[in-house]
Design a protein around this ligand. Structure first.
Ligand SMILES: NC(=O)c1ccc[n+]([C@@H]2O[C@H](COP(=O)([O-])OP(=O)(O)OC[C@H]3O[C@@H](n4cnc5c(N)ncnc54)[C@H](O)[C@@H]3O)[C@@H](O)[C@H]2O)c1
Length: 257
């Protein structure tokens, strides 16, 4: 059985991924700031680097899978959104790539189906992907008004999805795969405190697979896709953005894929 490292495996989608992998007999190492096997704040540079060192120290012979799932939602402060959602995911993937390579492992990153919506700011996406230092991006983000957190969120996840597609070929050359899952609105601790007005806004376009039910997706539906992509069943899939959103993306962008 394999060794999987997950970030944000304590609650919500990540907790179900963790349970499913454990049920399948895998060893799972959860990096989270609450109740993790390794407790650390991944929104900080120090936190990420210590997590990478801890994993390499614990599994020097390699790991089979990495699931970068920790993230905050569109109401968090802009700096945390950029540092956790974008920088922690790509830094963990890059930092653990050498030990994934040892076992020809794979990586799955949790993005969001908001990557195609109108809140995405392509100038912010380009800033994140430009290689500009995180410190400078953080200085910039400090001045972004809190009301624009939703744009920070969709832009951070859009940049993440593009990054995955850009690096996927080089991962494949090293015998590895990297993919991303793009969930729609899902019932988890992240969405449980939404006001009725926020929920109405989120359901302005009803989820096709929930039509007439005024409800979000279940976390297990997202977890199933993550576990599938991280398994050998998905050996032919690389560089994919898999929308797990009940058909919203297909509804809104039927002609684009
Ligand atoms: N719930 C949704 O509607 C939805 C939709 C699209 C994408 N997503 C994405 O799914 C992923 C999982 O979110 P979820 O909905 O299960 O929410 P969640 O809040 O239940 O899970 C987030 C996990 O990340 C951990 N975490 C948060 N901040 C951290 C930090 N600074 N350092 C380390 N760990 C930290 C939390 O403890 C938790 O275990 C996130 O990346 C989120 O952006 C969620």
């Amino acid at each position: 059985m394999g060794i999987y490292v997950i970030t944000g495996g304590t609650t919500g989608i990540g907790a179900i991924v963790r349970e499913q992998l454990l049920e399948q007999g895998h060893e799972v190492f959860n990096i989270d700031y609450k109740d993790g096997d390794y407790c650390v704040d991944l929104s900080t540079h120090e936190g990420r680097e210590s997590a990478i060192s801890a994993v390499i120290g614990k599994y020097p012979d390699g790991i089979d899978g990495l699931i970068c799932n920790a993230g905050v939602g569109p109401t968090a402060p802009p700096r945390v959104i950029f540092s956790l959602n974008y920088y922690s995911s790509i830094r963990l993937a890059e930092g653990l790539r050498p030990i994934l390579k040892k076992k020809k492992g794979n990586c799955v990153i949790t993005s969001s189906n908001s990557i195609t919506n109108m809140t995405v700011r392509l100038d912010w996406v380009n800033m994140l992907l430009s290689g500009m230092s995180e410190e400078r991006v953080m200085d910039f983000a400090q001045d972004i008004p809190r009301e624009q957190s939703a744009s920070c969120y969709s832009s951070s996840k859009h940049a993440l999805a593009r990054w995955v597609r850009r690096v996927s070929a080089s991962w494949a050359v090293d015998g590895m795969r990297i993919n991303t899952v793009a969930p729609g609105n899902t019932t988890t601790p992240m969405t449980k405190n939404l006001t009725e007005a926020q929920k109405d806004a989120a359901l302005l376009i009803p989820i096709p697979t929930r039509y007439g039910q005024r409800e979000f997706l279940d976390a297990v539906e997202i977890a199933n896709a993550i576990v599938f992509l991280s398994s050998k069943l998905a050996s032919g899939i690389n560089g994919v953005v898999l929308f797990v959103d009940g058909g919203i993306d297909a509804l809104l962008r039927s002609e684009r894929f």
